[in-house]
Design a protein around this ligand. Structure first.
Ligand SMILES: C[S@@+](CC[C@H](N)C(=O)[O-])C[C@H]1O[C@@H](n2cnc3c(N)ncnc32)[C@H](O)[C@@H]1O
Length: 440
């Protein structure tokens, strides 16, 4: 690989006697991996459903080494049992340490690797707000969170400054996984090498400062802000942290106490190089010690009375008696909202919570995403297949299956839901969304 001369000079300065070892990494294949989605299954089920073996990575108990390519057609992928993720990318959420019941903002969230990891740690409790400024990427983010069965997320495509002004002081934890020069992507994405220049590094550092300034607004007093990049440049890492601390005396740097990687330069943050088992990451953690007032109002559009009962009856016709209480209608869509949700006006929200159904005339048609977010055993009707069953492969190609009985029926792989169909007359009419199907 042809690495830019200035990049090589900078890395030599950073790594001195380790520089040759670093360079020799470019002769080896990149690290790849999968991250277990514990919202949908346990490690044993995932291993049993994969046609390859995986081994633990040091960056998170959910992160494993294994192939990262050509996995998108596997039933376990469709069922959201895992996310294909380079292992060191899991480090930032380990440092963020989100807890069930908290309010967590992922400000630069697409395509959703870190958001789905946060969701797994939150166990569906509290609020995950996943924002992505580029709308086309926000749609991919939404699709990934739906595949992973995340129930308590709001997905938006808002400018960070506008979003964080609207949600000032609201969040317990905020993650800024910043757009960067991507030096830690060079082994995986040769285009990142072509786009690299010292000018781009400087431009990234400036943009990172702006995103961090916005993010700071959203953190409540005593809350945490985690900053991560997948690049090695000092300007974008320690430089960005030091500049932020100079501008924001209301924040303190917290020591990152983890076993993986190595200490950052001049500060108790963390750097990860390929010598440490990952492609490359930087993670720093701040805590807001200064006061911050929050004037965010709770969401006011919850269904009540007859409308609520109708929504609950529809839910009960698919999933039985554990009926949610928080429903709302956005346009033609019926949503089950997270237990915690602020007013969302003007924040370019693509989806809040889980879509239960779409209006068809005077009835609701169930949505793929609600089945995807429920375990097979929670659905009133389900059919279950082994990962290598020909029927499952046919379902994922959009074909009709043989099926007894009548009604909406979840289709599962080893007990994990991967879609649904409508049974009648001995057949299961396929409802797997066209855009998600495997090619015939
Ligand atoms: C490193 S990626 C995020 C990866 C994501 N956290 C994950 O784990 O899947 C950075 C994201 O920031 C977005 N971005 C680009 N410019 C931005 C800006 N000015 N403000 C906020 N986000 C921006 C990019 O579109 C990109 O999706």
């Amino acid at each position: 690989m042809e690495l830019p001369l200035v990049f090589r000079q900078r890395m030599q300065k950073l790594l001195s006697e380790e520089y040759e070892t670093f360079l020799s990494c470019y002769e080896k294949p990149p690290y790849q991996g999968v991250r277990l989605n514990s919202l949908k299954c346990g490690e044993e089920t995932l291993r049993a459903c994969l046609p390859f073996s995986i081994s633990p990575s040091p960056f998170s108990p959910l992160s494993f080494y294994g192939p990262g390519e050509k996995v998108g057609t596997l039933p376990a992928y469709h069922a959201g049992m895992f996310y294909s993720q380079e292992p060191s990318a899991a480090s930032a959420v380990t440092v963020l340490d989100p807890r069930p019941g908290e309010r967590v903002l992922d400000l630069c969230a697409a395509p959703g690797g870190k958001s789905s990891q946060i969701a797994a740690l939150m166990l569906g409790e509290g609020l995950l707000w996943s924002n992505e400024i580029v709308r086309s990427r926000a749609k991919i983010l939404l699709s990934n969170l739906e595949r992973m069965g995340v129930q308590n997320a709001v997905v938006s495509s808002c400018h960070p400054q506008k979003l964080c002004e609207s949600l000032t002081g609201y969040f317990d934890r905020v993650l800024v996984d910043a757009p960067c020069s991507g030096e830690g992507m060079f082994r995986r994405e040769p285009n990142a090498v072509k786009e690299w220049s010292p000018e781009n590094v400087a431009a990234c550092a400036q943009r990172q400062g702006a995103v961090l300034d916005s993010a700071a607004l959203a953190v409540k007093e005593g809350g945490y802000l985690v900053y991560s990049t997948c690049t090695f440049s000092e300007e974008e890492n320690e430089g960005a942290v030091e500049a932020f601390l100079r501008r924001h005396p209301e924040f303190q740097l917290c020591p990152v106490e983890v076993e993986f990687g190595r200490p950052a330069l001049r500060m108790p943050a963390r750097r990860i190089y390929p010598m440490e088992g990952g492609e490359g990451h930087f993670v720093a953690k701040f805590r807001r010690t200064g006061a911050c007032s929050c004037r965010v109002r709770p969401f006011a559009g919850l269904l009540t009375g007859k409308e609520l009962h109708a929504a609950q009856d529809f839910y009960g016709s698919l999933f039985g008696n554990q009926k949610p209480q928080r429903f709302a209608i956005f346009g033609e869509r019926l949503l089950i909202l997270p237990e915690e949700m602020p007013e969302t006006v003007g924040m370019q929200v693509l989806r809040a919570g889980i879509e239960l159904g779409e209006r068809r005339g005077n009835r609701w048609e169930p949505s793929h995403s609600v089945f995807q977010s429920r375990a097979g055993c929670d659905c009133l009707r389900s059919v279950d297949f082994a990962p290598d069953a020909p029927e499952l492969a046919a379902f994922l190609r959009g074909e009709e299956l043989e099926c007894s009985g009548k009604g909406y029926t979840a289709v599962c792989v080893s007990g994990v839901t991967t879609g649904f169909g409508k049974a009648s007359g001995g057949k299961l009419k396929n409802k797997y969304p066209k855009g998600l199907r495997n090619l015939k």
